[in-house]
Design a protein around this ligand. Structure first.
Ligand SMILES: Cc1ncc(COP(=O)(O)O)c(C=O)c1O
Length: 404
């Protein structure tokens, strides 16, 4: 049996529960899904990208069809540093990766020995939890309030773990329009968190796929920017930015800014695992920025998505009973719903199919043994207005039917 040959890590590795759940409901006719995390295909800038791919291959094919740099394309790095306005950083502070997923994997590989602790928000992005666990980390989650991670609870957790002689390596956080909760960390909480982590010598992995998807309100500086500009700290924060929700997740391009010594080690991992990112796509993204397409494109994305978010918020207001609460994000692609304590959204998930609506039960976004069950994640970027209206109505009827 081939499975007898599997390594211990592979034998115990978890698959993506979300994929399994999404697959479970895939063939139900008429089902409205708020489950996935897909951006709307209508937002993909396919005309510009197809022109750029053609042009890059025709004009630079001899270069970009060759093996590329493991640290990523210099031209793209220069464009990104200019675009983000980091005059004090240089190419050595950056690696380009095949999506944020690879960046998260490399950084974790660089820092984690089996048994080391990674702290995270509760709830958090499931894809990352399973990667952390596969690498042998112990993942400990810390609750959030509506300003982000709860620092009192974090201080308690750090003390408790250190008293037990645990080695805490880093905090994994998604400060903007968090997946799954849709919460954005306040500016005060960002500063307090940074001060706490600096004092406690806990590194921060800042996962940032959504900050540019802000539909209203003022943009907040990333943890990375605050650490660099206000604290003059070059080691505390590593920021990972993905283009998946901006250009399309099929464009497997993300970039990481960090201390050159950590970047160097991540490059070493990329060399072993991937050799280099896709050189054609790197140059296409560079030209997309250089030709001035990026900012107008992001603006149009935000204008496109805002009505869908507004629609879901209005429908929730109309359809949900008063004992249901939800987050009210100003961007991103998800919101989070809290049900009464004794309602289990895992059970609701199976009943929801009969009401022709689906979602991801909240418990899937917590490390094992730390779950909350009275919650769910809803995505609003992959449905039509009519589907949102109908789906939320069905969901409201379902909730009311089990909790009278
Ligand atoms: C918080 C978060 N991190 C990382 C990823 C994965 O990003 P990528 O497509 O760049 O690998 C996602 C995708 O949904 C995400 O929500």
């Amino acid at each position: 049996m081939i499975t007898n040959y599997f390594s211990e890590t592979t034998k115990t590795m978890k698959s993506s529960l979300i994929r399994e759940l999404v697959a479970e409901t895939k063939n139900v006719p008429g089902l409205i899904s708020f489950a996935g995390g897909f951006p709307s295909p209508a937002t993909f800038p396919k005309d510009i990208l197809s022109e750029l791919y053609k042009e890059i291959v025709a004009q630079q094919g001899r270069d970009v069809l060759q093996y590329g740099n493991s640290e990523g394309d210099d031209i793209l790095k220069d464009e990104l540093l200019k675009w983000e306005n980091y005059p004090n950083l240089n190419r050595n502070n950056m690696i380009i990766t095949v999506g944020a997923t690879n960046a998260i994997y490399y950084m974790t590989r660089c820092l984690i020995d089996p048994g080391d602790v990674i702290l995270c928000e509760a709830p958090t992005f499931l894809g990352t939890i399973v990667a952390f666990e596969a690498i042998g980390a112990e993942v400990q989650s810390i609750p959030m309030d509506n300003e982000g991670i709860d620092l009192n609870r974090m201080a308690e957790k750090v003390k408790q773990l250190r008293d037990a002689n645990k080695n805490i390596k880093f905090l994994y956080t998604i400060p903007d329009f968090q997946n799954p909760a849709g919460i954005t960390m306040s500016i005060q909480r960002r500063r307090d968190l940074l001060n706490f982590c600096e004092a406690e010598e806990i590194l921060i992995m800042e996962d940032n796929p959504y900050s540019r998807l802000r539909f209203s309100g003022e943009e907040l500086p990333t943890l990375f920017r605050i650490a660099h500009t206000e604290m003059n700290n070059s080691w505390l924060v590593t920021e990972i930015v993905s283009f998946s929700k901006i250009l399309g997740p099929g464009i497997r391009v993300a970039y990481v800014k960090s201390h050159p010594e950590l970047i160097n080690k991540m490059v070493s991992w990329q060399q072993k695992v991937t050799i280099s990112p896709d050189c054609v796509t790197e140059r296409v993204v560079a030209k997309f920025i250089a030709d001035g397409y990026m900012e107008p494109h992001i603006k149009s994305l935000c204008e496109f998505y805002k009505p869908y978010l507004d629609k879901m918020l209005t429908c929730l207001e109309t359809e949900m009973p008063s004992y249901v609460q939800w987050t009210k994000p100003k961007g991103g692609i998800f919101l989070w719903l809290w049900l009464p304590e004794d309602v289990n959204a895992d059970t609701l998930f199976y009943k929801a199919k009969d009401h022709l609506v689906t979602f991801i039960p909240g418990s899937k976004f917590y490390p094992e043994g730390q779950e909350k069950f009275n919650c769910m994640r809803l995505n609003y970027t992959y449905s039509t207005f009519e589907q949102i209206e109908k789906g939320i109505k069905h969901l409201g009827e379902l909730v009311k039917s089990i909790y009278v």
